[in-house]
Design a protein. Structure first.
Length: 86
């Protein structure tokens, strides 16, 4: 399983699971600052950050990000933070 948080709020909701270091984590570019990224990585969390912001309702950006994640974690389920447009 891979966790994909695209907002700070989504990250914070999953933080206890993320900090377990049991799962690879991907985050949008504006979710964590450099100090937070470094701290998590030094805690042996498999963390990858995109270099750009991904809106939780941008289907195209999410699809592209999911393709990238799948390239790095083939055949893994991805838990995605998604906010449908209404």
């Amino acid at each position: 399983m891979v966790i994909f948080a695209v907002t700070r709020k989504g990250y914070l909701e999953l933080e206890p699971i993320i900090k377990s270091a049991l799962y690879p984590v991907w985050v949008g570019g504006d979710v964590l600052n450099e100090q937070e990224l470094d701290s998590l990585r030094s805690s042996n969390i498999d963390l990858t950050n995109f270099s750009y912001t991904i809106a939780p309702c941008d289907d195209r950006a999410l699809d592209e990000a999911l393709i990238t994640i799948a390239e790095h974690h083939p055949n893994e389920r991805v838990w995605l933070e998604y906010l449908p447009k209404i």
